[in-house]
Design a binder for this molecule. Structure first.
Ligand SMILES: Cc1cc2nc3c(=O)[nH]c(=O)nc-3n(C[C@H](O)[C@H](O)[C@H](O)COP(=O)(O)OP(=O)(O)OC[C@H]3O[C@@H](n4cnc5c(N)ncnc54)[C@H](O)[C@@H]3O)c2cc1C
Length: 447
């Protein structure tokens, strides 16, 4: 397809946010009789699902300590449910299984889920938690657990399949998706104001609005737009913390145990909920019994035919390299720097065995293929959804985002002038104004 010289909306990135925005924008333009899919062009330097959306574990949950995240996720789950087949979405539910230091906070999540009508069950106490888990998996044996939050909605979706489903829906509405087009800069109006053209390695596209959905590459586009490298954050006590870097990279650790996914069926022979366990019980090696850690640790897992086994991950780690020097490309499994190694396999497989007897002695089945990938995080590890340079909408999800399929629908509405209450808590100005999200005791930066 030839590169158009001009189009109303240019969307950069064919991941979950770019595709969802393009699809919902096409629908909204049509319903408002203000145009349609032909007004929307998605460009991607590689292709559909080439970024984080194409390698994500695919877990979809509501379990967030931050009220604004929960409300937004409830909307996103509703969007997943609208077309489970096209989105390859499995509504099996999700379980947050926690130690005492997280019980109270998870309890508030449950209460607020009830308040917004999000179906979940909360079990408290070591004995009742164990009983509840054994009713689902008779080989349950995790220690140090004193609460279980069982979300009846959510679950997971198959990463690349859902992206192709979303792309198909967008294209059916007339959206054009161009692969192999890399954005290299922007043409700006007088006084470096609004963007008038998106510069690519195949030419310049004149446009009225730009949407940026480039996941781990967001820092590169941010720099091209000459947006601030650092921010000032007003803390809860009013202190202003200056020169905080806007972006930091974390490396996500995920892998697959190459067993028959049916191995993880429930006592009733059903596909199980996604399991997320955090615990402060010591973790011992399933290989030689040595101590792996006595610190708070966490893992998540689910049987997944798309990955060909039981797939999941553990806590990510912060990338020590200065953000300007981090090599995002080649991305994901192709990266020489950010794939998991033997240490992850040992920890994660031992943790699986800690939780369920059926995984004991199975480390030999761990798939020795490259996995994992990096995410680009904001200063508070929560998304920034906002307009910059007058007409550039940046969707920077801080790596929360595969599950956030509904954000594109809300962004599309904002592009057409309807402000979204759900997106309001994620504006860039929150840092300077001190409107920060509460932080949880979880060992993960995204809970
Ligand atoms: C290993 C891993 C597991 C994860 N698991 C989960 C999970 O279970 N649940 C969950 O909710 N989230 C998960 N995430 C986070 C989630 O995947 C991301 O937050 C989300 O996919 C980001 O979507 P996106 O559309 O912003 O970006 P991406 O999906 O990364 O897409 C960005 C696209 O932009 C393109 N691009 C970049 N630069 C340019 C340019 N200059 N010009 C043109 N195109 C460009 C890229 O080629 C890419 O296709 C995981 C992330 C990782 C890395």
């Amino acid at each position: 397809m030839a590169l158009p010289t001009g189009v109303k909306y240019v969307v950069i990135g064919a991941g979950v946010h770019g595709l969802s925005t393009a699809y919902h924008l096409a629908l909204a333009l049509k319903s408002k009789r203000r145009g349609g899919g032909a007004d929307v062009l998605v460009v991607d330097k590689t292709g559909i699902a080439a970024g984080a959306s194409g390698i994500a574990c695919g877990v979809i949950r509501n379990n967030y300590y931050q009220p604004a995240m929960r409300e937004l996720m409830a909307h996103c789950v509703e969007v997943w449910e609208r077309d489970s087949a096209a989105y390859s979405y499995h509504s099996v539910g999700y379980m947050q299984i926690s130690p005492e230091c997280m019980r109270e906070q998870v309890g508030t999540i449950y209460e607020q889920q009830q308040a917004i009508g999000y179906d979940s069950v909360f079990v408290e106490g070591a004995r009742d938690s164990d009983k509840y888990m054994k009713r689902i998996f008779d080989d349950w044996q995790a220690r140090g657990i004193t609460s279980v939050l069982h979300e009846k909605k959510g679950g997971y979706a198959n990463n690349t399949r859902s992206m192709y489903g979303l792309a198909g829906k967008a294209e059916a509405e007339g959206v054009r998706i161009l692969s192999g087009v890399k954005v290299t800069g922007f043409e700006r109006g007088s006084n470096s104001g609004a963007v008038t053209g998106v510069v690519t390695d195949r030419g310049t596209i004149r446009c009225e609005q730009v949407v940026v959905g480039v996941g781990p590459w967001v820092k590169q586009i941010w720099d091209m737009l000459e947006l601030p490298e650092t921010v000032t954050i007003k803390g809860p006590d009013g202190t202003r913390h200056q020169n905080i870097p806007m972006w930091v990279y974390w490396s996500l650790q995920e892998g697959t145990l190459g067993v028959d996914p049916d191995l993880q069926k429930t006592n009733d022979g059903e596909m199980p909920p996604v399991i997320h366990v955090d615990t402060d019980a010591p973790l011992y090696s399933d290989v030689d019994g040595s101590l792996i850690t006595e610190e708070l640790w966490g893992i998540y897992y689910k049987p997944d035919f798309h990955f060909g086994g039981v797939q999941g991950g553990a806590m990510p780690y912060k990338v020590a390299t200065p953000p300007d020097d981090v090599q995002v490309d080649p991305y994901g499994p192709d990266s020489p720097d950010f794939i998991v190694g033997d240490e992850f396999a040992h920890m994660w497989c031992s943790a699986l065995a800690h939780c369920q007897k059926r995984f004991m002695g199975q480390i030999g089945r761990y798939k020795k293929e490259p996995s994992g990938g990096i995410g680009c995080f904001t200063p508070d590890s929560f998304p920034v959804f906002d307009r910059f340079c007058e007409n550039v909408y940046v969707i920077a999800d801080s790596n929360h985002g595969y599950k956030m399929i509904g954000v594109g629908e809300l962004v599309a509405k904002e592009l057409l002038g309807e402000r979204s209450r759900l997106l309001e808590p994620f504006r860039f100005a929150r840092y300077a104004e001190g409107r920060l999200h509460p932080t949880s005791n979880s060992p993960f930066p995204w809970s």
